[in-house]
Design a binder for this molecule. Structure first.
Ligand code: HPA
Length: 269
């Protein structure tokens, strides 16, 4: 495993002279932040040894190196979801490669269903914590000594970055929510009873990604900041049919606000 990760990292370091310390993983319908990356250099996933290849609609599958907010960054356009059939090792493989590349901070975005009755479609939720309900743990198996066997998760999302993001949102006049993201395997959206259960469990929003990558990032000592875009509501009385197209549309509409916060946070980091 470690040997493969190092081969992948070596390939990337040969393909580009860029050495960013910040990485971004863009979620469904949220690829536009990547369009703002300047002096860009792209590497298609399919050309990278041992890298999984992304299949789901709305994800184009490449690493983008360049500048955002004046800082060197790398962005993953397209992530690997457990529901696509990838193992948890594959889903989180890129994060381990990031660790080898010297990444110190990871920014993640995703689309989610809001279970908090105060939420509206299009809301931005700063992720303050998560609940892992994936059926397989990404750190199951032999421990890679990037981190301890039993990693601490008391601050999975950096409090410092959350505070700074809130200040930036206030300055820019962007309303943000805060809350707990619950990660589940999908690919079904939730039944009304499941949304209700997840809310009772402490979730403000539910989605099918992010949690595995964030766990592995924490294990590797990479700091995390995450924003979720509420693209539909799993709230009693407000539940309507959900489609992937609607999720993408709602995410797309909320993108500029998310992009503004992320860009500014990266600029000041
Ligand atoms: N449930 C799970 N995943 C999602 C949802 C949802 O309602 N919306 C966007 N991703």
């Amino acid at each position: 495993m470690l040997e493969k990760i190092r081969e992948t990292a070596a390939y990337i370091m040969k393909a580009t002279a860029r050495r960013p310390e910040t990485a971004i993983i863009l979620g469904t319908g949220l690829g536009r932040l990547a369009d703002e990356i300047e002096e860009r250099q792209e590497i298609a996933y399919k050309d990278i040894p041992h890298f999984p290849v992304s299949t789901v609609e709305g994800h184009s599958g490449k690493l983008i190196f360049g500048k955002l907010g004046g800082k060197e960054i790398m962005a993953m356009q397209g992530r690997f979801h457990y529901y696509e059939g990838y193992s948890m090792k594959e889903v989180t493989y890129p994060v381990r490669v990031m660790r080898e590349l010297g990444i110190k901070t990871l920014f993640v975005s995703n689309a989610s269903g809001g279970t908090n009755p105060d939420f509206e479609i299009g809301d931005l939720m700063i992720i303050t914590d998560h609940i892992n309900l994936f059926p397989e743990h990404p750190l199951r198996g032999k421990n890679i000594d990037y981190g301890p066997r039993f990693p601490d998760m008391s601050e999975a999302y950096s409090k410092d970055l959350i505070a700074r993001a809130k200040a930036i949102a206030a300055e820019l006049g962007i309303t943000v929510r805060e809350g707990v993201y619950l990660g589940t395997q999908g690919p079904t959206f939730e039944t009304p009873s499941e949304y209700r259960m997840f809310h009772r469990l402490g979730a403000d929003a539910v989605g099918m990604s992010t949690v595995p990558e964030v766990i592995v990032a924490n294990h590797c000592g990479i700091k995390v900041f995450g924003i979720s875009i509420v693209t539909d509501l799993g709230v009693d009385g407000k539940i309507v049919e959900v489609t992937h197209e609607e999720v993408q549309k709602a995410a797309d509409a909320a993108q500029p606000k998310m992009t503004a916060i992320m860009r500014e946070l990266i600029r000041r980091a």
